[in-house]
Design a protein around this ligand. Structure first.
Ligand code: PLP
Length: 369
C-alpha cells in the first residue's frame, strides 16, 4: 500500500503517467482477486467495504431492482436493513443457525403465489456471530427451482479468511467481501458481479469501475486488499487446521470448567458446520455485560453480540432467530484470528471461569442480603 500513499499517489481516473501507474496497480489487484475467488477480472467491483457491497447487491442499485428481496433471519444488518426497507421477507434458520431450506422454498412459493416476483435472495456464506456455515449449493438449488429469475447473493465477508472462496462465489450471482476481515485495510471491499447478472450502479457519478461504482478508486486500499487475500489464501489450509484445534481446545476447556455453559450452535460438541475462528457460548445465571468487563480487566477482549454497531451490546437478532433462549443466560463470543496463539487461548481459559464464578458469588451474596 505504501507507494500509493507516497510518491505514486496518482489518481487512476487521470491521464498522465502517475495516473497510468495507479491504473496498473488497480488492474493488477483486480486480476489477483479474480484469480483467488475464481472469477474474471471484469467481474470484480471494488467497493468501500462489506456494507456497500451488501447494500448494492440487495437493492440492485439505483433504480432499485424490481421484485421482493428475501434474506435469512441471521444476516448482518448490512443485508437485513435494506431488505426490511424494501418490504422484503426473511427466512427462518434452524437451532444451529443454518438456513431452513423448507422455509426458503415456502417463502419463495408464497411470493410467487401472490403474483409477485422474487428480486434477490441473500444468504450469508457464514454467520458473523455464531460462525455457522451455510450450504450455498443447496440454497442455489432451491432458488433456481422455486424462483429461477431471482438473483442469488451471498455475504462472504466472514467466510473469506476460512473457506475456499472459489466454491463460495461459484454458487452465487453476487458475492460480498471486506478486506479487514482477512487482514487487509478497513474501508475497502469487493462485490463480485457474475457476468449476465443485471445490476444498476448504486453510486452514480464519474463512471469508475466500468460504470458500476463511481468514485475515485482507493488505490492503496485495493492494493492492500489484494495483498491480504494472497497471503490469506496461501496459508488458508494450515491456518484453518491450527485455529480449529485452538478453538476446540478453548471450547472443550470452557465446557469442562464452567458449569452451566452451552456451546450455542454446537451443544453436543460437533463443530463441523462452524467456522474455525468462532466460539460462541451461553452461560446460565451470568449477565453478559459484567462478564465482558471482568474479562476486559483480565486482558481478554470479547463480545456478546456482533461488534458492528455503536459498540453497545444490543439484543442479538441472531440468537433470537435460533429459538427461545434458556431463561437467565448471557452470551459470550470469543473470536480467534490467523494470529491467535495457544497463549491467547490459555488466557481465556484462565479468565472466563474466574469471571463467571465472581459474578455468580456476587449474585448469591446479593440474594442473601
Ligand atoms: N457482513 C458481515 C457478515 C460482517 O461481519 C460485516 C462486518 O463485520 C459486514 C458485512 C460489514 O462489512 P464492513 O464493515 O466492511 O462494511
Amino acid at each position: 500500500m505504501e507507494p500509493f500513499l507516497g510518491d505514486r499517489y496518482g489518481n487512476p481516473s487521470g491521464a498522465h503517467p502517475l495516473a497510468r501507474d495507479a491504473v496498473r496497480a488497480v488492474d493488477e489487484a483486480r486480476e489477483q482477486v479474480a484469480e483467488l475467488v475464481g472469477c474474471r477480472p471484469g467481474e470484480v467491483v471494488f467497493t468501500s467495504g462489506g456494507t456497500e457491497a451488501d447494500n448494492h447487491a440487495v437493492t440492485g442499485g439505483i433504480p432499485v431492482r424490481s421484485g421482493v428481496p428475501v434474506c435469512s433471519a441471521v444476516e448482518h444488518p448490512a443485508v437485513l436493513e435494506p431488505v426490511a426497507a424494501l418490504g422484503g421477507r426473511t427466512v427462518a434458520v434452524d437451532p444451529l443457525g443454518r438456513i431452513d431450506l423448507d422455509d426458503l422454498r415456502a417463502v419463495l412459493a408464497d411470493i410467487v403465489d401472490r403474483g409477485r416476483t422474487v428480486g434477490v435472495v441473500s444468504v450469508m456464506a457464514a454467520n458473523n456471530e455464531v460462525g455457522t456455515v451455510n450450504d450455498l449449493d443447496a440454497v442455489a438449488d432451491v432458488v433456481r427451482d422455486a424462483a429461477p429469475h431471482a438473483v442469488l447473493h451471498t455475504d462472504a465477508v466472514q467466510a473469506a479468511p476460512w473457506l475456499a472462496l472459489d466454491r463460495v462465489v461459484a454458487a452465487a450471482d453476487l458475492a460480498s467481501l471486506s478486506a479487514h476481515k482477512f487482514g487487509g485495510p478497513k474501508g475497502v471491499g469487493v462485490l463480485v458481479v457474475r457476468d449476465g447478472t443485471v445490476l444498476a450502479p448504486l453510486l452514480r457519478g464519474g463512471g469508475q469501475e466500468r460504470d458500476r461504482r463511481s468514485g475515485t478508486t482507493n488505490v492503496a486500499g485495493v492494493a492492500g486488499l489484494a495483498a491480504a487475500l494472497i497471503a490469506t489464501a496461501a496459508d488458508r489450509d494450515a491456518t484453518t487446521l491450527r485455529i480449529s484445534a485452538l478453538r476446540d481446545r478453548l471450547a472443550d476447556g470452557l465446557r469442562a470448567t464452567v458449569p452451566g455453559l452451552v456451546e450455542t450452535v454446537a451443544p453436543d460438541g460437533d463443530r463441523a458446520h462452524l467456522l474455525p475462528g468462532l466460539c460462541h457460548v451461553t452461560i446460565d445465571g451470568v449477565d453478559s455485560e459484567p462478564l465482558l468487563l471482568l474479562l476486559e480487566d483480565a486482558g481478554v477482549f470479547a463480545s456478546a453480540a456482533s461488534s458492528c454497531s455503536s459498540g453497545a451490546q444490543q439484543a442479538s437478532h441472531v440468537l433470537a432467530a435460533l429459538g427461545p433462549a434458556r431463561p437467565g443466560t448471557g452470551s459470550l463470543r470469543l473470536s480467534l484470528g490467523w494470529d491467535s496463539t495457544g497463549v491467547d487461548v490459555d488466557a481465556a481459559l484462565a479468565a472466563v471461569p474466574v469471571a463467571v464464578e465472581r459474578i455468580r458469588s456476587f449474585a448469591s451474596a446479593s440474594v442473601g442480603d
